[in-house]
Design a protein around this ligand. Structure first.
Ligand SMILES: Nc1ncnc2c1ncn2[C@@H]1O[C@H](COP(=O)(O)OP(=O)(O)OP(=O)(O)O)[C@@H](O)[C@H]1O
Ligand SMILES: [Mg+2]
Length: 486
């Protein structure tokens, strides 16, 4: 192919010539042109079929898309089912376990994460069940202990009371209620102050005070008190209770009734007295018998020294009889106490008589004091006087300079309190328990019967005597005599 182009040359509006240009078109361009031509023709042809073809493609695509969607749906459903079924069973299992059935286990075997989850869940249930069982066992054990503790507490005849930190009564066993003569229902939950107030015992009060001031440790004391008018001897033990962290949680009070034991001790003491008296009576009998026998022999033999022997023998006999007599007198003072003869008496008059007896003593000053209002009291005047004289004698023998004789009336307890206080040598701690036993004496010439007699007189009046140190020195003997209760 050749391409030729011609253009006129104008000069002043007139064509003066023509320029002709010619070029040969290369073969490869011609091939390209032909193929473009062909493609164009094809395009024109296809354009006519455009719509049907588009439809066909659209249809195919739609079908493919639907297929994919269904497939995806199916796959996801399968996957979902693989998760929901175990989760459902997990949920049901949780529900069952929540209702308390610990034996339930999920029965699904799988190797994937869900299987791991189910295994862990089952293992957790195992642990839980084991934990629950041991907890139940521990609870049963502690419950059994609590019950046996309670039944022990209720069946022992030692009184037990537990107060919490604020002093409220938490536990009070049967024995405590009957010993202190209170109703458990009245007392539980109330304060120890109410209990103390009802009991009206100074000694108990001071024990509680001592312990609460100290804040640790324990105190033990034998206490004599009147419960519902009855004299009682109690051994009280109080201790502060702390938990493992040493925090104060309360106070425990334990008390035993010693009244009968003390009575039994007294009976034993009496037996002891009887034995000793019998023993001491036997001693002078031997010299008496020997003297009498010797006298008889000398008489029979018509011995020349008969007169001499008679003088010596009768001397021995009279001497031994005298000592026997004083022994028997002493014994009858103590062993055969006359029945007490109660009459309404003004204690003041007795004290005055006693003071009068000692009025001409030079070295000792006697200082009596009385409550202005004192009721008359039913006592055996002679015996109470004898008791006081014994206490006065002891005080004088203890090298006292002053002896105080105080008498008070305690209207709350309805009792009269007599104090014999001296500033003498005092009593050694280790002797204190034995003072009232017959034959206990620290003096060479003492019989040791004085305080035993005093004690016996006072208990026959349903009273109580105790001893304590006097400050700064000396001894206090305190007698309490109930006024109304006889
Ligand atoms: N006020 C006192 N001060 C110091 N010690 C005392 C006092 N009262 C009693 N005692 C002690 O108690 C002991 C027993 O006293 P108790 O009156 O029973 O016997 P006693 O005085 O020794 O003998 P008795 O009274 O028969 O002469 C005494 O020996 C003495 O040691
Ligand atoms: Mg004496």
């Amino acid at each position: 192919y050749i391409i030729r182009a011609a253009s006129p040359v104008k000069e002043g509006g007139r064509i003066t010539g023509v320029v002709v240009v010619e070029t040969v078109i290369p073969q490869d361009i011609i091939v390209k042109m032909e193929s473009i031509q062909k493609a164009f023709n094809e395009y024109i042809q296809i354009k006519v079929q455009q719509n049907p073809i588009r439809f066909v493609y659209f249809l195919m695509l739609t079908i493919a898309a639907l297929l994919i969607i269904f497939l995806a749906l199916w796959v996801s459903l399968r996957i979902a089912k693989g998760i929901t079924v175990p989760i459902q069973s997990l949920a049901e299992a949780t529900e069952t376990v929540a209702h308390g059935n610990m034996d339930f286990r999920i029965n699904l075997k799988r190797d994937d994460e869900i299987g791991l989850l189910i295994n862990s869940f089952n293992r957790m249930l195992d642990d839980l069940q084991e934990g629950k069982q041991s907890l139940e066992k521990a609870y049963k054990e502690s419950d059994r202990r609590r019950l046996s503790m309670e039944s022990i507490l209720e069946s022992i005849n030692t009184g037990v009371i537990f107060f919490d930190r604020s002093g409220r009564i938490i536990t009070m066993n049967n024995a405590a209620c009957s010993l202190l003569n209170v109703e458990r229902s009245d007392m539980e939950g109330s304060s120890y102050r109410e209990l103390l107030g009802g009991l009206n015992s100074d000694e108990l009060g001071s024990m509680v005070k001592h312990l609460s001031e100290k804040g640790f440790g324990a105190v033990e004391k034998e206490i004599h008190m009147y419960i519902n008018g009855r004299p009682m001897d109690l051994r009280v033990y109080m201790t502060i209770i702390k938990d493992a962290a040493k925090k104060f949680i309360g106070t425990l009070a334990v008390f035993d009734n010693l009244t009968e034991i003390i009575m039994a001790q007294r009976a034993l003491a009496w037996q002891e007295v009887a034995k000793r008296i019998a023993h001491e009576i036997k001693n002078p009998l031997t010299p008496i018998r020997l003297s009498a026998e010797r006298l008889l022999k000398k008489w029979n033999d018509n011995a020349p020294d008969f007169e001499d022997v008679m003088v010596r023998s009768t001397k021995t006999i009279v001497h031994e009889v005298n000592s026997l007599r004083s022994l028997v007198d002493e014994f009858s003072r103590f062993g055969k106490m006359p029945r007490i003869n109660l009459e309404p008496t003004d204690i003041k008059s007795i004290i005055e008589e006693v003071v009068e007896l000692y009025s001409n003593l030079k070295d000792v000053e006697i200082l009596p004091s009385y409550d202005p209002d004192m009721p008359e009291i039913e006592i055996d005047k002679k015996q109470i006087k004898m008791a006081l004289i014994n206490l006065m004698d002891n005080a004088i023998q203890a090298k006292s300079w002053k002896i105080w004789l105080n008498v008070f009336y305690n209207p709350a307890m309805d009792l009269i309190r007599i104090e014999v206080i001296d500033d003498g040598t005092g009593i050694k701690e280790e002797d204190r328990d034995k003072l009232f036993f017959p034959y206990f004496s620290t003096r060479k010439e003492g019989t040791g019967l004085g305080l035993a007699i005093v004690n016996s007189i006072i208990s026959r009046h349903r009273g109580y005597i105790r001893v304590q140190d006097n400050k700064p020195k000396g001894t206090q003997f305190i007698i309490e005599l109930p006024v109304g209760q006889k």
